[in-house]
Design a protein around this ligand. Sequence first.
Ligand code: FNR
Length: 343
Amino acid sequence: MDRSQRKMDHIQHALSTNDLQRNGFDDVRFIPNSLPNIHYGNTLLVTDLGPFRLTSPIFINAMTGGAAATTEINQKLAIIAKERGLAMAVGSQMAALRDPTARESYTIVRKENPHGILFANIGAEATVEQAQAAVEMIEANALQIHLNVMQELLMPEGDRDFSGYLEKIQRIKNKLSVPVLVKEVGFGMSADTIQKLVVDIGIQMIDVGGRGGTNFAKVENLRRSQPLPMFDDWGLSTVESLLEASILANRHLSVMATGGVRHGLDVAKALSLGAEAVGIAGALLRLVKTRTIDECLQAVDAWHHEIRIAMTSLGIANTDRFRGLPLVIMGQTADYARLRGID
Ligand code: FNR
């Protein structure tokens, strides 16, 4: 299968499949505050993510690049990132490391947004040299290393050997000129996985990348002549993954959450569950594919407004104050937390 055809398949199928009701956020409720003692105008969206000060807790997560038709998508995303001060990741850069003619679909992002916070993206199979080249290609401020074992296994042409990944990630982390963050692509992460990354090899930023939005098992099954639908429900929801990460809460760790984030209230809940920043991928892809840039900016403004409504009604002026607010967790997510011994 041609790599650039695969990129286009991913975009098309990601737009046609998602699991938005299964992210776990509807199981999470805030305790309201009828006397919040605050003015909406004093709420601030500025957020610290590890070493980065972000204008907004929302970031545009890794999607695409590598095929000519993806240049326009990345350009639009980069303009949105610049106009609204969102950090942004590009999709896996492996294509451009192997074929220099594919570089423009990535470098456009730095060209449009010369001063923004950008994340490069590569798989754990990359060499140190490839990782450094990916960073340099877009003058990235950090590198995302994606973990996507189930997706690879469901891809007929995908990887089959996942041995030595922890050592490979450690090698990259030790040699790279920028911070390394490790992310899932929508199957979630367990406390055990996070512990290995954080405690064993010293990774300090993790994106739990949970189930509930773009579903790469479904996406790959749509591409297969013989689908394996029994894996469509694989993984942990975004909220379950955040609960898993909370087990490591007192470590030196910045948590990010992505996976089925639909609006500002989901962002607020993710921040309350311990995330420092919240990624959106599929919903933004849908917007840039179907709307003008102005309409996309209005959608981001609406998310920001929703976060500030949540902040005002809960009586907090800064996003870091979400952490530690009392929450009620119900339904399947509560069952999960109880069975896992997480309170
Ligand atoms: C992705 N995602 C992704 N992640 C990654 O680390 N490298 C990649 O190349 C891609 N490619 C990609 C393509 C497309 C079309 C989509 C929609 C997504 C995964 C993405 O960053 C995110 O983790 C998941 O999509 C879950 O977030 P949403 O889509 O539910 O908001």
